[in-house]
Design a binder for this molecule. Sequence first.
Ligand code: NDP
Ligand code: GDR
Length: 347
Amino acid sequence: MQNTKRALVTGISGQDGAYLAQLLLEKGYEVTGTFRRTSSVNFWRIEELGIQDHPNLNLVEHDLTDLSSSIRLLQKGQFHEIYNLAAQSFVGVSFEQPVTTAEITGIGAVNLLEAIRIVDPKIRFYQASTSEMFGKVQAIPQKEDTPFYPRSPYGVAKLYAHWMTVNYRESYGIFGSSGILFNHESPLRGREFVTRKITDSVAKIKLGKLEVLELGNLDAKRDWGFAKEYVEGMWRILQADQPDTYVLATNRTETVRDFVTMAFKAVDIAIEWQGSGETETGHDAQTGKTLVRISPKFYRPAEVDLLIGDATKARTQLGWEPKTTLEELCQMMVEADLRRNTAGFSF
Ligand code: NDP
Ligand code: GDR
């Protein structure tokens, strides 16, 4: 079909890449998804969504840090839209691997912007920016014009990619848009991130496969939404008349501790908290058994204490609004992890 839109999604093997590919396929796009070379590829998410064999899905190996391969990819694909989702996305790891994080998460975006500038400046580009750029927050709630103050090598790398997207928009007229997305979770979330670590562990504890859940800072507050709704926002950002920057968030914030309590509630366990700081513990209110304790190894050298976003601009200009409540999201994730753990596999 001549009018079929072609999209490139980097990071197809990740949470957002899988949901976005599903959405674009439903909308009739031809989707090229990139994955990096590893000894064994990791497509469990697109398999779980049932799109791995979709006739309009093309999976290609691509290294985000290699400019020439980005240029060839764009020359071959003749894309209308590019969604740059690939990144070293784990904040904790970025403290241990700051250079790799800068190369993938920062320079990787610029390689794509350069390839667009060289191959076809009409391609629309979406950059996956993040609330981590607000870091040590300068205002509450955070919105598009809130000053940035990143608190991790990941946040700094993302801020560089964000400003380069704005710069290519202003310097070369490229349709480069940036979505500053607050945390978004789902049953497809990686298990290193705190929500999924909690729901998977709660499922294991409920099934008698784990004794205790170990966590770091329980006081951190996050604005958590449902990933499937956020990828719809990414698509809307690229359909706007003009390139721009938008915050996507729920405007509700809760502590990690609250999310733990919520997840246990989803399996009918009431948690009582005792102590504070590194000696804080969570107990089964009925049996008194310790189910949660703190391990300093999960603390970060610098923390982002409080995130809460204001997505008024996305609502009024794009008609985007989150619908799933945190309780519904948490329940959905716990149920998925109960199913997986009962079936004997857990990704
Ligand atoms: P994931 O960690 O689930 O996915 C990241 C993707 O990037 C994976 O496909 C991963 O591949 C790929 N990747 C990692 N390193 C490389 C590399 N060296 N070369 C090529 N690909 C690589 O992240 P999410 O789906 O949650 O997030 C998508 C994007 O949005 C990321 O850029 C993230 O930083 C950003 N973001 C996420 C938010 C969230 O709350 N989820 C909020 C705001 C921004 P592999 O499977 O091989 O590891
Ligand atoms: P975040 O997500 O750093 O916000 O980045 P993560 O789920 O890793 O941490 C959220 C908060 O929980 C605290 N925490 C723990 N975190 C992890 N991972 N493991 C623990 O055991 C633990 N205990 C407490 C953390 O200190 C933190 O305060 C995510 C990623 O998806 C980024 O790519 C994205 O840009 C941002 O969300 C928005």
